[in-house]
Each structure stands twice: as structure tokens, then as C-alpha cells.
Design a protein around this ligand. Sequence first.
Ligand code: SAM
Length: 357
Amino acid sequence: MEVQEDGDHFISLQLAGLASAQMALRAAIDLKVFSIIADARPDAHLSAAEITSKIPTKDPSSAACTLERMLRVLGANSILSIARKPLGNNGEHGCHEWTYGLTKKSRCLVSSSTTDEATFSTSFILLVTEREMLESQRMIKDAVLDPRRSPFYKAYGVNFYDYMGEKPRLRQLFNEFRRPLVCFLKFESGFKDLKELMDVGGGIGTTLAKITSMYSQVRGLNFDLPHVIAAAPKLPGVKHVAGDMFKSIPNVQTILLKWILHNWDDEHCRKLLINCWEALPRDGKVIIVEMAICEALGNNLEATDVLIQDYFMMLLMNGGKERTLAEFEDLGKALGFTKIKIFPMPHWSIHVIEFHK
Ligand SMILES: C[S@@+](CC[C@H](N)C(=O)[O-])C[C@H]1O[C@@H](n2cnc3c(N)ncnc32)[C@H](O)[C@@H]1O
């Protein structure tokens, strides 16, 4: 057994600050604190007053005091680094101010023109700190005691996708939050011989537009719920189709299911995959893009990333969950898909899984 030492209670007291760190982080993103520091110089350290001078506040000196306390919490969580800067003549009489710089954690939140990882990470943080997400997390205990409904359903009385239909801000945030497509689009062997691809649950069609722009021989069909299709822009090479994938899917050569199966329990996945099977010709296939839970749950960043996504599936969707590769294989085989091919994609814990009819 571990021996308790004097001061150990400080370790447990840090747990009380976990939510504060996340909310301070959200405020810092909204106020563009990380970009303000990065724009000064990549390795810059700025004081709260210097950062505040770039923020449109009504009262800069009071705002700098509030900001300073927020920055210190970010510093305590290694989201910013803190340095002591002497003031006046070499810091006579011990006068100094604190300055704040980017760390590995916050540098990844600053957009650069070459990657969209920052857009993904910031929109994910903004999404998971939205009021509805926080309110749902207060219902986790109730969902353990009575697991028939997700915490989100317990808080709002509807399923997450129906709720989003009525909430433009949440819908916009959700649409912005997309894992970078770069690695998945390199899945060349999967697209170069296709004539027709239907992205089922394709949202507003962004993924499909990217695919059809790279593989011009592909006729793109984007299938989603009517309220999603109603808000979808016109996109070259993409025809939008409104419908309910649990009722029926129009006939098509190949189906893409990207981040769809993880939203649903096994029974819904089976129903959806049966509808896919019926829509496909004899030589058709379903291309599934999902993260996969590692068989050995190690304490590494990639494994943790999948587990965090799995936590949000539990939060939002009745029966939603991330799966292991073996679980995907079992699903496909049980429905009679004859050949199952798995392609691990580098980074982002993503796998492309083909179910061949
Ligand atoms: C997690 S999002 C994935 C969106 C997109 N495939 C992507 O990778 O960005 C799930 C999508 O499934 C759609 N969806 C949910 N229920 C549906 C249904 N019954 N029929 C068709 N689409 C549905 C949602 O509207 C949403 O766009």
C-alpha cells in the first residue's frame, strides 16, 4: 500500500481544479490568447497587460487582472509556461511581472496554414465545453444507476442528432469539428477504381467534395437527415440526398460510413449494415472509417485519444461506443460480408475497414 505523506492532500486538491483548467482553456481559445502570443513571436512571453492590449475589452486594467488569474491556472496545468520578468532598473526592490509563453500543449492550438490539426483540436475543445455537454456530464451518475438512456438524453429528453436539428450554434460547432482528412484521403487504393460513392451520414458533404475533387471519376452522393441536407451547400461533384439510413438507402455501387457506426449500439449497426447490403450490387463494398480501441489499453496518447472519444459517445448517444478491430470484424462477418480488409492509417488512431459483399 502507498504511504501517505504530508502534503499529499495537495495532490487530491488538484482534482478540484480539473474543470477550471478546461474552462480557462476555453476562454483562452475564445479570446485568441494563444494566437496573440504566437503572433508576437513563436517563442514570445507576454504579460497579461500585453495580451489584454490585443483584446477588445471595455476596461483593460481590470481585464488584465482577471486574465492574469486565468493565465496562472493555464500555467499550473502546463498549457502555458510562466516566466518572471524584472521591472524597472534590473528589477530593483524585487519588482517583477509574470509573462506567459506557449508550451507543447498550446502550440498545437495555434492555426498554421499548412495543417488543420489546430482547427480540429480547438473546435473539439469548444464543442465539449458547450453548455449541453457540461450539463450531460452532470447526468453520468444517473445513467449508471439507470442505463436505459444516455446522459445527454437524460438531460434534454431527446437524442443528440434530433436536438442539434433545432440548435444552429451547436450544429455549426459540430460540423466544424472534423478530424483532419489528410491521412484518410491517402487511402488511394480505396477510391481510385470507384465510379460511384454514397457517403451515408455524410453531414453537409465536405468529405465527399474532397474525394470527388481528387478522384474526378467518382460520382458523389451525400446522404443525411433532411434537416442536415437542407443546410448543405452546393458542392461540385456532389448530389445531396435526404433520407433516414435506418429506413432505406438508395441503390449504389459503394457506401462510405465515416464516424457513423460508433454512434450506435450493435443492434442499430446491424440494421444499418443490412440496409447497406441491400443497397449494394453483388461486387459492392462498404468503406468504414472509425477509430479502434487498442486491445492493450496502455497509457499512451493514441490509446487515450480513442478512450476520450468513447467517453463522449457514451455521453451523447444511447449505445454509442468505439469498438476494437475484432468487434468490427465480428459485426461484418455476422451479416455475411465475405471479405473484410483492414487498413490502419498513420496517426489519429484511424482505421479504414472494408466490408465486401
Ligand atoms: C458523427 S456525424 C459524421 C458525419 C460525417 N460522416 C463525417 O465524417 O464528418 C454522424 C452523421 O450521421 C447523420 N445521421 C444521424 N442519424 C441519421 C439517419 N437516421 N439517417 C441519415 N443520417 C443520419 C448525422 O446527421 C450526422 O451528419
